[in-house]
Design a protein around this ligand. Structure first.
Ligand SMILES: [Zn+2]
Length: 285
């Protein structure tokens, strides 16, 4: 056993016994770390009891290499993100990032991932409300990219061939990205993106999103379907059900009259039946 001091972002916390809590932190050196905080439920708003979900904290752990659960010895909040809790959309967006991180059960540390998540949470807390859908989507792709699962958007995800710049292309979440027309043949339905939507997706993945992303609900569906298959087939993200109506509500303001939410690029090429880009339709991707 060694005493380890490091920074951690609290992603989840739940009662463990009459007096203790289990806390799960993202750390730069050890990835996801689960700790038991003895006595935390009895403490006042100061000290260990005062940490809230998504706060940055300096934590001291009794760390055992071979164990999954470590003991929290000390904790000091270094950056509170209480602002996330004051707006349901901000909180739900941060929760999506947490759910993606916890689903990946990262056991190795990554300073890049940690910094990326910290920056995303700061943006979610601070940006004006109109930017929230694009910051949430960009933050979610940031987690997937930093965890080692970037979507393939520059070449066909099946054959590796070139992608045409024009026309609608299928985003295949199982293959992990866009497909060329040849690999799409014979595949019914699916989420087809026009050039504008593909560019918007590239900017989200590169963490340079448009201020206001069009068709945020469709883009949320892409994240949802992709995360179902990467790193491994998994259960649906619970946060998405909460986020979808909130994103739609926030996106309505930026949608021009006549724009459908199913034309995420707004490039006017979406000739697909309306349901084909609807992430709410089972099997549509
Ligand atoms: Zn192909």
């Amino acid at each position: 056993m060694t005493l380890v001091t490091q920074e951690g972002i609290l992603l989840r916390s739940h009662p463990y016994s009459e007096t203790s809590r289990i806390m799960r932190f993202l750390t730069p050196a050890h990835g996801l770390v689960s700790v038991v905080a003895r006595g935390a439920r009895r403490e006042s708003s100061r000290g260990r009891g005062g940490v809230e979900t998504f706060d940055d904290a300096a934590i001291v752990l009794a760390y055992r290499e071979s164990r999954d659960l470590h003991t929290l010895r000390d904790l000091q909040v270094v950056r509170s993100r209480r602002g996330l809790g004051k707006d349901l959309l901000r909180f739900a967006g941060a929760s999506l990032l947490a759910e993606l991180l916890l689903a990946h059960t990262l056991q190795e540390g990554s300073v890049e991932l940690f910094d990326s998540v910290r920056e995303s949470l700061d943006r979610l807390e601070g940006v004006e409300r109109g930017r929230l859908p694009s910051e949430i989507l960009s933050g979610a792709w940031g987690v997937l990219v930093q965890a080692g699962y970037p979507p393939e958007l520059e070449a066909c995800a099946r054959c590796g061939g070139d992608l045409p710049g024009e026309g609608l292309l299928l985003f295949d979440p199982v293959a992990g990205g866009l497909l060329c027309p040849g690999c799409t043949q014979g595949r019914e339905g699916g989420g087809r993106l026009g050039p504008g939507a593909r560019e918007a997706l590239r900017r989200l993945v590169r963490r340079r999103p448009d201020a206001e992303v069009r068709g945020a609900r469709v883009h949320l569906g892409l994240v949802e379907r992709f995360a179902l298959h990467h790193p491994a087939p998994s259960r649906p993200l619970r946060t998405v059900a909460l986020l979808r109506p909130l994103m739609e509500e926030a996106g309505e303001r930026v949608r021009a009259p006549g724009d459908g939410p199913r034309d995420p690029g707004g490039d006017g090429r979406s000739a697909e039946p309306p349901s084909s880009l609807d992430p709410g339709q089972p099997g549509s991707y």
